[in-house]
Design a binder for this molecule. Structure first.
Ligand SMILES: Cc1cc2nc3c(=O)[nH]c(=O)nc-3n(C[C@H](O)[C@H](O)[C@H](O)COP(=O)(O)OP(=O)(O)OC[C@H]3O[C@@H](n4cnc5c(N)ncnc54)[C@H](O)[C@@H]3O)c2cc1C
Length: 376
C-alpha cells in the first residue's frame, strides 16, 4: 500500500477543494439553519461527474476508485457535512444497483446519476432501526409486479429524492427494491422526528408506500437476501462515512487553530499555552490516525479485498474522533466557540449524528467483535 497520494489524486483533491471553497462552504451555515437539501450543488457536482464517481464507464460514470470517493468526501465534508451525506445516499443507491441490479434496471437508472438523480436509502422504520433482520414494510408478488406497503423513517435526502432503494419483507424474507419516486402511492411526510440537530440536508423524512406497484425487474439481487446485500452496501458506505468524519474534524481543527493564533489571554496568544498546544497535538494525531484507517479500508476495497471489520473500524474511530475534536475545538475557543456565529456548533452536531447514522458505534463494535470471533 502506497501511503503517498498519486499526482492524479492530489490534482483531484485540489479540484474538489477549490469547488468546496467556492460553491459549498460559503452557504453551509445558511443551509444548516434552514435545513434544506443542497439541490443546486448536487446538480453542479453532477456536471463535474462527482455524483457518478465510482459508477462504471459503461453507465456514463467516471469509474474512479473508493480512495477517490474518500478524497471527495473529506473535502466536501470539510465545507459542509450535510452536502457530503447527500452524496452518500446517492453512492449507496449506485453501489446497490451496480452490485445487485439486473441489466435492465442498471441501464435505466445508473446513467441518470450523471444527470444529478437524487437517491435515498430506506431501511429504518419506526420500530426497526439497528435490527433490520425483519421489517414491517411488505412487498407482495402479483404477476410480473410487486405491490409495496409500509413506512420508512429518518430517510436522509428523502425530501428531494427521485429514487429509493427500499428494504421490504417478502415471503422469503427481507428483500431490496429499486423504487421510482414518481410512482402513484408514494408520499413524503415531515414526521414529528424528521428534523435532526445534525447532518441537516433537509428533514430526514417519513417515506410512505401505499399500494405502490413496481415491475418485477426492480427486485435487486435475490429475494430474501436483502440483509446480506444491505450489509455489503453499508460496508462500502461506512468507509466514505469515515472520510466525512475526518473532513468535519479537520474543519474544526483548522478553524479553532486560526482563532487561538490571534486570541490573547494573560498577555500572550492562546496558542502559546502549552496545555492548549497539547490539545492541538492530540487533535492532529487523531485526525491523521482516522484518515489512515479510512485509507486502509478504501485501499482494501480497491484491491478487491473489502473488509467489513476495517470499514467498521474506520467509521467507529473516525466518528468518535470527530466528536471529540469538535468538542475540544469549542473548548479552546472559549465563549466564541459556543456562539451561533461560529461554525463549531454545526461541526459538533454533524459529528455526533454520524456516530448513529449509517451504523451506530455499538453496532460497529458488534460487527468488529463478530469478525474477531471468526478468527479463532
Ligand atoms: C442523521 C441521521 C440520518 C439517518 N439517515 C437514514 C437513512 O437515510 N436511511 C435509513 O434507513 N436510516 C437512517 N437513519 C436511521 C439510522 O440508520 C438509525 O438511527 C440507526 O440504525 C440506529 O437505529 P435506531 O435509531 O432505531 O436505534 P435503536 O436500534 O433503537 O438503538 C438504540 C440504541 O441501542 C443500541 N443498540 C441497538 N442494538 C444493539 C446491540 N445489539 N448491541 C448494543 N447496542 C445496541 C444502538 O446502538 C443505540 O445506541 C438516520 C439516522 C440519523 C440520526
Amino acid at each position: 500500500m502506497n501511503l503517498q497520494m498519486t499526482q492524479e489524486q492530489l490534482l483531484f483533491q485540489n479540484e474538489i477543494r477549490e469547488f468546496t471553497c467556492k460553491s459549498i462552504a460559503p452557504t453551509a451555515d445558511e443551509r444548516d439553519q434552514k435545513d434544506v437539501y443542497p439541490k443546486e450543488i448536487i446538480k453542479e457536482m453532477a456536471k463535474l461527474g462527482y455524483t457518478a464517481l465510482t459508477v462504471p464507464k459503461k453507465y456514463n460514470g467516471l469509474n474512479r476508485t473508493k480512495m477517490d470517493a474518500c478524497i471527495l468526501m473529506e473535502e466536501v465534508a470539510y465545507g459542509c457535512a450535510a452536502t457530503a451525506i447527500s452524496l452518500i445516499t446517492i453512492f449507496q443507491a449506485e453501489t446497490m444497483l451496480v452490485l445487485y441490479g439486473n441489466e435492465k434496471v442498471k441501464s435505466h437508472y445508473l446513467p441518470l446519476f450523471r444527470e444529478g438523480l437524487i437517491a435515498s436509502y430506506s431501511l429504518t422504520e419506526s420500530k426497526k432501526g439497528s435490527d433490520i433482520r425483519s421489517v414491517d414494510t411488505k412487498a407482495v408478488k402479483k404477476g410480473e409486479s410487486w405491490i409495496i406497503n409500509g413506512k420508512k423513517t429518518f430517510i436522509t435526502s428523502g425530501s428531494a429524492a427521485e429514487f429509493f432503494i427500499l428494504l421490504a419483507e417478502t415471503d422469503k424474507g427481507v428483500s431490496i427494491f429499486a423504487v421510482d419516486r414518481n410512482l402513484p402511492g408514494i408520499t413524503i411526510d415531515i414526521g414529528e422526528n424528521s428534523q435532526t440537530f445534525g447532518l441537516r440536508n433537509g428533514p430526514h423524512v417519513d417515506a410512505c408506500f401505499n399500494n405502490v406497484i413496481i415491475p418485477d425487474y426492480c427486485l435487486l439481487g435475490e429475494e430474501g437476501k436483502g440483509v446480506k446485500q444491505a450489509v455489503v452496501t453499508l460496508n462500502s458506505s461506512r468507509t466514505a462515512a469515515a472520510a466525512i468524519s475526518v473532513g468535519i474534524a479537520k474543519a474544526a481543527y483548522e478553524k479553532s487553530l486560526q482563532w487561538v493564533a490571534s486570541r490573547k489571554a494573560f498577555d500572550q496568544n492562546v496558542i502559546d499555552f502549552q496545555g492548549i498546544q497539547w490539545m492541538f497535538a492530540d487533535m492532529l494525531m487523531n485526525i491523521s490516525a482516522a484518515r489512515l484507517l479510512t485509507y486502509q479500508a478504501a485501499n482494501l476495497h480497491d484491491i478487491g479485498k473489502a473488509s467489513i471489520s476495517e470499514s467498521s473500524q474506520a467509521k467507529l474511530f473516525a466518528g468518535q474522533m470527530a466528536t471529540k475534536v469538535c468538542s475540544d475545538a469549542i473548548q479552546v475557543c472559549g465563549a466564541y466557540g459556543t456562539t451561533i456565529n461560529a461554525p463549531f456548533g454545526r461541526y459538533l452536531r454533524d459529528a455526533k449524528s454520524y456516530e448513529i447514522a449509517g451504523g451506530s458505534n455499538e453496532i460497529l463494535r458488534n460487527t468488529i467483535a463478530k469478525e474477531i470471533k471468526k478468527s479463532f
